[in-house]
Design a protein around this ligand. Structure first.
Ligand code: AMP
Ligand code: ZN
Length: 273
């Protein structure tokens, strides 16, 4: 079955309404660009959202790629400039955290991921959209699942899925992953066939050695084996959810954003002295 049909199936299982407004979190990379392209092609009401992380020429190229694709698809692009909104680039924010006691040993991608999710939810809510779509693919998901498994922290995978589970809250915008079942190779090929304006190189700060090691191992697996990892995950998903002690959503005491703890992950990172 081709990628278009499989994405259509994934989306139809989510029972989305074609009138819903979906904000595509566009990094400028192949995955989120393919999400924008396919959702537009399949008749969804989409808009783009890009966070300019202020990381030199890499960020400039990503921004140009996103602008070009939005122009080609004739969709609105919402921009968030981290230097303007938060006062410094992602590199500076991240290094500041890592040089403090509470941030020692935290990986670049982990910090950047928390900050991006916080921004996405807040901005999506301000824009009053119904869903956020990201470019996470089968390889990303299998990788994260295996990493949690290897670390003995399977409960961290509890809410993973093509659509966010267990969160119904007016301040939390549901996130969807239309490429959840699609292997990375296929996405790359599709993006090249369609000649999408995309930055193919990896983020220069993606230096998490453990993730790289797991990715290298994953590269030795067949697509069927990767699919089996996620099939097994879905089979035991309900049991994993029971490993999570508390599933209730609160609001962060510092920033007011939805959080499972008194202080959200973002504020734990950036506000601690
Ligand atoms: P990453 O955290 O880089 O693995 O990216 C995961 C997903 O987050 C991507 O597939 C995009 O949908 C979204 N994303 C990553 N970086 C950005 C960005 N700079 N602006 C908007 N969305 C992004
Ligand atoms: Zn907070």
């Amino acid at each position: 079955m081709n990628i278009e049909t499989r994405v259509k199936q994934t989306l139809s299982k989510m029972k989305l309404n074609k009138k819903e407004r979906i904000l595509i979190a566009m990094s400028g990379g192949k995955d989120s660009s393919v999400v924008a392209y396919l959702l537009k092609k399949q008749g969804y009401r989409i808009e783009g959202f890009h966070i300019d992380l202020g990381m030199g020429t890499y960020s400039k190229r990503c921004l140009e790629a996103v602008k070009e694709l939005c122009k080609q698809l004739d969709i609105k692009l919402n921009l968030y400039n981290i230097k303007i909104e938060m006062g410094s680039s992602m590199c500076y924010i991240r290094t500041t955290i890592q040089t403090q006691e509470h941030g020692k040993g935290l990986k670049n991608c982990a910090i950047c991921g928390v900050i991006k999710k916080w921004i996405m939810n807040k901005e999506a809510r301000n824009l009053k959209v119904d869903k956020i779509a990201t470019g996470h693919n089968l390889d990303d998901e299998a990788q994260t699942f295996l990493m949690n498994l290897f670390k003995g922290s399977l409960q961290l995978s509890a809410n993973s899925g093509a659509i966010t589970k267990n969160v119904k809250d007016k301040k939390f915008i549901t996130r969807i992953k239309p490429l959840f079942y699609i292997p990375e190779d296929e996405i790359r090929k599709y993006s090249k066939t369609k000649k999408l304006p995309v930055v193919y190189e990896k983020c220069p700060c993606a230096l998490d050695s453990y993730r790289i090691q797991v990715r290298e191992f994953m590269n030795t697996l067949t697509t069927k084996e990767k699919e089996n990892i996620m099939k097994n995950f879905e089979d035991i998903s309900e049991k994993i959810q029971k490993l999570k002690p508390e599933n209730k959503l609160n609001y962060c005491e510092l920033c007011g954003e939805p959080s499972r703890n008194k202080i959200c992950k973002m504020c734990q990172l950036v506000k601690k002295g």
